[in-house]
Design a protein around this ligand. Structure first.
Ligand code: NCD
Ligand code: ZN
Length: 461
């Protein structure tokens, strides 16, 4: 297959040229092709297919390391099929799936069951993140790693395995496992508080502050995020020092959805001081584009963990984005049903779908010259590919997977959640505008944003 006459993104430039794709891989990239170059390329084009991409922009497929695909007993919220279809139609060609399923994916048999179900039911490539087994059972940990998971996830506020992650001994053991098996630990950074305390705080605040999203931010404040980040970083440094680890042995830690200035600064500073530390982080689209001051017809739609923060924090992350300081974006796509979200604010579940709005929002900023395309490709594709060692993804280069997103500019239209492929047809971005059309999306050279396509996604290990 040849993609011709489009502009493809390579090394910071948009190149007028053509791509030859064969066997799911980018075989050749040519810039400013002459008639002869193009004739030569045509000779090598085994399937004879040529796609005219005039006026279109070809980008590497997006990699999103934080999604909740649900399925299993939560099919009413989302399935592997619906979530990965949402990704496929958005240009997100690789996602990582989180383990807070029902039951939680904390044993090898559950992880295995999950992977079996996903096989033949995913439209994009999926990496699985497991929960941490009970009592840190070494045999289970080994078995789960052997299944090919991309990491373990730790939830200190809602521990999946009953372990208290505020006990130093537990976190030290986890860092040891990471170091020994070279496996990544994804962390939801939040110092826990009991449900009774939360209810009490809620009732005390409720009459004083009618803005429920601000209240939610007060209930789960930046101080608790920062406290947990600081605690992990201290343990990380202590472990390295007391065990005299060499850089290859450093534990691998990824902080999910950083949403506060102080927690962000702690991570940035430690990476400046010790660039060899294997520490990464993500920021979500909603902490860049939304604040707790937005007005929604139903506040629970904007209820998410971590909460939307105040305007100053949102503006801070938006500036960091524009200045090219962020490492990567992850959606934390967290689908729930309309009915669940209609509950009383405190009882409504946290989270909303994010896959189908992410590229539309960011690329809209690019067309308004508020965000450079170079920055976008870095945080959406290149950096996640580098950090997670996805060696054939994230770049339009010869030998890489032909995971591609082809976009076009169109007249502005409003985001309409009722059109989502996700089962969760709600969004705090409803009514916001974009001028981006996701024209074609390819996974290993196969067009996947087509209605009746069979799922060809693979499990990444
Ligand atoms: C997530 C969910 O719904 O699974 N919700 C959310 O608000 N992000 C859970 C989580 O990631 O904490
Ligand atoms: Zn999440």
């Amino acid at each position: 297959m040849i993609l011709k006459n489009g502009k493809f993104y390579q090394n910071g430039f948009l190149i007028d040229g053509a791509l030859l794709i064969e066997g799911g891989v980018i075989k050749e990239t040519i810039s400013d092709p002459s008639k002869q170059d193009f004739a030569d390329l045509k000779d090598k084009n085994e399937d004879g297919r040529i796609i005219e991409c005039k006026n279109k922009i070809i980008l590497p497929g997006i990699i999103d390391c934080h999604t909740h695909l649900r399925d299993m007993s939560q099919e009413h919220k989302e399935t592997f099929r619906t979530a990965t279809k949402a990704a496929a139609f958005s240009g997100i060609t690789t996602v990582f799936n989180m383990p807070n399923t029902d039951p939680p994916a904390i044993t090898s048999s559950i992880v295995q069951k999950w992977m079996n179900k996903a096989k033949n039911n995913i439209y994009v490539d999926v990496g699985f993140i497991a929960g941490i087994p009970k009592q840190l059972n070494p045999e289970e940990i080994k078995n789960i790693i052997d299944l090919g998971v991309v990491g373990f996830k730790m939830y200190p506020h809602e521990s999946l395995n009953g372990l208290d992650w505020t006990i130093k001994g537990n976190i030290q053991l986890l860092l040891q496992i990471s170091s020994r098996y070279k496996i990544r630990i994804f962390i939801h950074p939040q110092w826990p508080r009991s449900a009774t305390d939360t209810r009490e705080l809620f009732e005390n605040y409720f009459f004083r502050d009618s803005n429920l999203l601000k209240l939610h931010d007060k209930l789960f404040p930046c101080t608790s995020e920062t406290q947990f980040v600081q605690y992990v970083l201290e343990n990380y440094e202590n472990f390295i020092k007391t065990d005299h680890l060499s850089p290859e042995e450093y534990p691998i830690v990824h902080f999910c959805h950083i949403s506060c200035k102080d927690s962000y600064s702690l991570i940035k500073n430690i990476l400046v001081k010790s660039p060899h530390y294997k520490i990464s982080y993500e920021v979500t689209p909603h902490h860049i584009f939304l604040s707790n001051e937005i007005s929604l017809s139903k506040a629970a739609v904007g209820k998410v963990m971590p909460p939307l923060r105040d305007l100053g924090v949102k503006e801070f992350f938006y500036r960091e984005l524009r200045m090219g300081n962020l490492l990567m974006i992850a959606t934390d796509h967290a689908p729930h049903t309309l009915k669940e979200k209609a509950a009383e604010f405190l009882d409504a579940p946290s989270g909303f779908p994010g896959l189908e709005t992410y590229p539309l929002l960011f690329l809209h900023e690019v067309t308004k010259y508020k965000l450079s395309l170079v920055n976008f490709v870095k945080i959406a594709s290149e950096n996640p590919a580098k950090v997670f060692h996805l060696q054939t993804k994230g770049f339009i280069e010869e030998g890489y997977d032909a995971d591609l997103l082809i976009i076009d500019k169109c007249s502005e239209y409003k985001i309409n959640p009722s059109r989502f492929h996700s089962k969760s047809k709600i969004s705090p971005y409803e009514g916001m505008k974009t001028n981006i059309e996701i024209w074609k999306v390819f996974l290993r050279g196969i067009e996947i944003n087509i209605k009746d396509r069979t799922p060809i996604g693979k499990i990444i290990s």
